[in-house]
Design a protein around this ligand. Structure first.
Ligand code: NAD
Length: 490
């Protein structure tokens, strides 16, 4: 078989490729023996160069008319679309997901850019008020250099969800991709950067120390971070040093509550679409399922038989509909949770078919696993597993299940499953979360257009998507001019 060449990736500062004295390896999570890329490992000095470049570019970009920013962003989105196939395949090889999942991530990234281009002109128009004495103008101004820190699980959608609103509102940006999926997103950012003046988009690479230096740099005015809650706390502490604005999209422990009037045959096929995409490595995936006692065995049987249909294999194998996990750290956490659930006496069901049993240990493969019989306070139920294992927890009353669902420091997504719309909506309003779905666990086309995304409590601060998300990237500059002559204008 023809070997694909190893990608060498530098940083991008001021339109220049910037190398380093050290490079780190990116291996294929579904074929660990394959080296996919070697990536320049940044230093604190590189962070400084990138932020300085972005700061200088900001002096010009902030004065660029909104209409020109919009045109450039749209052209950049078209440029990214032209290499969508290459990006999707590279993403499979570094991130491990199925090709159709990485294609969706690339599409989401392009859509995020276009969405913000579409909102900008109306949203950024200043407000104006006037009476006999004065004129007041409220300008929506950019903040300055934005530090965008991205995780590995959906790097395209998440990175572009920061680049789009940041740039269209006049900020410049330094992106730090995850060390576990830096290649495709950097290839996309390099194409995008070519549509903007030098320094508008910069990319640096590295581990936590590089991310930390970026969050501490005094010229960074806003941090847009997506990742784990523990890292989010470190980011928030770093931001406090110079009072930077922050948006945090963090972890979740998202409950699905099945009510006792639900029909298992209708619920289960939709429910598993909310649990297992990207092998459970989705921030807002269902992390725990609450089942009413009278439906427990019907729901359990239906889930097991549906999940057992998965074919687990390599992301580029067209037969596979279930992919490996992304990295050893997350793989070890998930395997530990499964093992400890077994030791605690739960009934643990590892399902699906292994397409390449001989390659199983050459990747971070984990079978989709359903766990029954854990108490509500078990480790697997109360933590964010971020992987292909799901606990089913039995409950008796609606009051009890509501209390269990809300007894967490997380509050990202959630879902209610019922035949009774009134009951579903009433319970949805009682859930402490940024997002609640009824009878699905994912956005419809309407939700895609109108739902801001984000979490409450320790799942985050702020929202992405829609005009509410765009607002995170601006300041309000209020200007009042007292009239001295009749012809005053503002
Ligand atoms: P992570 O927190 O380990 O890393 C995220 C990014 O932060 C990486 O680029 C990493 O290099 C960087 N980083 C690490 N330490 C840092 C520090 N001290 N300062 C600054 N940057 C630092 O998260 P991960 O493992 O890449 O991603 C998985 C987590 O992300 C899960 O908890 C998941 O729920 C969460 N997530 C949340 C959302 C959301 O929208 N709420 C979306 C996707 C993922």
């Amino acid at each position: 078989m023809l070997k694909t060449p190893v990608i060498t990736l530098d940083m991008l500062i001021n339109h220049q490729d910037v190398g380093s004295c050290a490079y780190f390896d990116v291996r294929d999570p579904g074929r660990l023996t394959d080296l996919v890329g070697r990536v320049a490992s940044g230093s604190v000095d590189h962070v400084h160069q990138a932020v300085l470049g972005a700061h200088q570019a900001f002096q010009i970009w902030k004065r660029t008319p909104v209409s020109e920013r919009v045109q450039r962003l749209l052209a950049a989105a078209d440029g990214m679309e032209k290499i969508a196939d290459e990006l999707s395949v590279t993403l499979v090889r570094e991130q491990g997901m199925l090709l159709k999942e990485t294609q969706r991530d690339v599409k989401n990234g392009i859509r995020a850019l276009r969405e913000m281009a579409g909102l900008a002109e109306d949203f950024l128009r200043p407000e104006r008020f006037e009476d006999d004495e004065a004129i007041v103008r409220i300008e929506k101004t950019p903040r300055g250099v934005v530090a965008a820190i991205v995780p590995w699980n959906a790097p395209m959608g998440l990175a572009m969800g920061k680049v789009g609103p940041a740039l269209v509102s006049g900020n410049t940006i330094v992106v730090k991709p995850s060390e576990y999926a830096p290649l495709a997103v950097s290839m996309a950012l390099k194409v995008l950067a070519s549509f903007f003046p030098a320094g508008t988009i910069n990319v640096i690479h590295g581990q936590a120390d590089v991310g930390s230096a970026l969050t501490r740099h005094p010229l960074v005015r806003k941090i847009s971070f997506t990742g784990g809650t523990t890292t989010g706390k470190a980011v928030m502490a770093a931001a406090a040093e110079t009072i930077k604005n922050i948006s945090l999209e963090l972890g979740g422990n998202d409950p699905a509550i099945i009510l006792d009037d639900a029909d298992p045959a209708i619920v289960v096929p939709e429910l598993i679409k909310g649990i297992f995409p990207r092998s459970g490595q989705v921030c807002y995936a269902i992390k725990r399922v609450y089942v009413p006692r009278k439906l427990t065995s019907a729901i359990f049987d239906a889930i097991v038989s549906a999940v057992d249909q998965y074919k687990i294999g390599y992301g580029l194998d067209p037969r596979a509909n279930f992919a490996p996990m992304n990295n050893r750290h997350q793989y070890t956490i998930v395997r530990g949770l499964i093992e400890r659930s077994r030791q605690a006496g739960a009934s643990v069901h590892a399902l699906g078919t292994k397409l390449e049993p001989d390659n199983w240990d050459n990747g971070f493969y984990v079978q989709p696993t359903v766990v029954m019989g854990l108490p509500p306070d078990a480790e697997l139920v109360v933590s964010e597993q971020f992987g292909p294992v799901i606990p089913l927890v039995t409950y008796d009353t609606p009051e009890e299940v509501l209390e269990l669902a809300n007894a967490t420091e997380f509050g990202l997504a959630s879902s209610i499953w019922t035949n009774d719309p009134e009951r579903g909506l009433a319970m949805a309003s009682e859930i402490e979360a940024g997002i609640t779905f009824v009878n699905s666990h994912g956005r419809t086309a309407l939700g895609d257009k109108h739902m801001p995304f984000g979490g409450v409590k320790q799942s985050g601060i702020g929202r992405v998507r829609t005009a509410i998300g765009l607002a995170e990237y601006i300041e309000h500059h209020a200007i009042s001019m007292k009239k001295v002559t009749n012809g005053d204008r503002l």
